[in-house]
Design a protein around this ligand. Structure first.
Ligand SMILES: Cc1ncc(COP(=O)(O)O)c(C=O)c1O
Length: 390
């Protein structure tokens, strides 16, 4: 008899045939600018630990202390028995850092996006979204039941047309965008988007996952970068990138946070963030503010790489995509070409992941910088890339 699961193997075979099949590699070392795979040490350009705080001894000590004082798990949802002083402290500090009235911590950035979007809009409402948004924004939009229209990446003129055409037919409207696009490194034009939203009575949610700790003179994110403090908007982010820990958050008005505590299902019906993750994120937030040198170092490294890549000869086969963040991408013609380059860099001692469809429309090498990279490691990567000049 045929099994109901017989379709899985041919589907996996299909993924393999088109080059979409993926498996994780075991990392055999702590995170950092150098990591070990299969016994080979590689300079790591595939990390989100932008400021190197995931291994900062003070962040680690905060996590250990929290485990010793509060146990390993928070053992309940936040509205039952899982709400601890540490959660309060983290949320107060996040709100201060982001210069908003209030903050709410979630178990991940993905869950924050799901919870916030589905709490704000439903089938009576409209979502206008950038086509390159992160998967968690797309999943949240779908799950909400709202009517979703996507505009081509960065095309705010098209967003305006969509709003003109459809806004009046729906109760609420929510505009969704990454602030730093995670697979490209470019930015959403936030002042323009906020102006548009204000004109159409639309809410705006930006995903600050790759902006927090990175953008703005003091790393507060794209709102600081574009001097949009005080404007009405909702910022979602993660504790798992520049903050080096695990978890997600939303920051905004006190009313918004009070509402989400009552309506965001991925916050209400899940266990509170663990004491270790919460304390680590809190310690990282203090360090970002007390030690601006991590942020400065990240930008020195990022600018060194951007300048060096811009000098690659015209015959270099990959195209450097526009970026204003700590993510720099080199786009190729085919999956196989990009995979071959990632593999060759691996052999040369550099970990630069190849990002392929369906994550992105066209394959690319995605390079992310850390404050803890040494200039020689960055120059070494560019020299290794130069070997591909035809
Ligand atoms: C833009 C963006 N949003 C959300 C997330 C999800 O965050 P988390 O890893 O905390 O679930 C990520 C990455 O993981 C991301 O890149």
């Amino acid at each position: 008899m045929n099994s109901a699961y017989d379709w899985i193997e041919p589907e996996l075979n299909r993924l393999e045939r088109v080059g979409w099949y993926r498996t994780p590699k075991i990392v055999q070392s702590p995170p950092g600018p150098v990591i070990e795979f299969n016994g080979q040490r590689l300079v790591n350009f595939g990390s989100n630990d932008y400021l190197g705080l995931a291994t900062d001894p003070r962040v680690i000590a905060a996590a250990i202390q929290a485990c010793q004082a509060w146990g390993v798990g928070s053992t309940g949802s936040r509205l039952l028995s899982g709400h601890k002083q540490l959660h309060e402290d983290l949320e107060i500090t996040l709100a201060q850092f982001k210069q908003t009235e209030a903050a709410l911590g979630f178990s991940s950035g993905y869950l924050a996006n799901l919870g916030v979007i589905t709490a704000l809009v439903d089938s009576k409402d409209l979502i206008i979204a950038d086509a390159y948004n992160h998967a968690s924004l797309k999943s949240g939009a779908k799950l909400s039941g709202a009517k979703v229209y996507e505009f081509t990446h960065g095309n705010l003129e098209q967003a305006q047309e969509l709003l003109s055409q459809h806004r009046l037919h729906y109760r609420r409207c929510l505009i969704l965008t990454d602030s730093v696009f995670s697979m490209d490194g470019d930015l959403c034009d936030l002042p323009k988007l906020l102006g548009l939203a204000e004109g159409f009575g639309a809410m705006v949610l930006i995903d600050e996952a790759h902006a927090t700790g990175v953008l703005g003179p003091t790393g507060r994110g794209s709102v600081e970068h574009f001097a949009c403090q005080g404007r009405s908007l909702i910022q979602v982010g993660t504790l798992s990138k520049a903050l080096g820990s695990l978890g997600g958050y939303v920051v905004g008005s006190q009313l918004l946070v009070d509402y989400l505590r009552n309506r965001a299902r991925s916050w209400i019906y899940t266990t509170g963030l663990s004491p270790a993750d919460t304390a680590a994120a809190l310690a990282a937030l203090h360090l970002i503010q007390a030690e601006p040198e991590h942020h400065q170092k990240l930008w020195q490294n990022r600018n060194l790489l951007a300048q060096s890549l811009a000098k690659l000869p015209p015959s270099f086969p990959l195209k450097l995509l526009p970026s204003e963040s700590a993510i720099l991408c080199l786009q190729g013609e085919t999956i196989l070409e990009v995979q071959a380059m990632s593999q060759a860099l691996y052999q040369a001692g550099y970990w630069v992941p190849a990002i392929r469809p369906p994550t992105v429309p066209r394959s690319r090498l995605r390079i992310s910088l850390m404050a803890s990279h040494r200039p020689a490691q960055i120059i070494g990567l560019v020299e290794a890339l130069q070997a591909w000049t035809v």
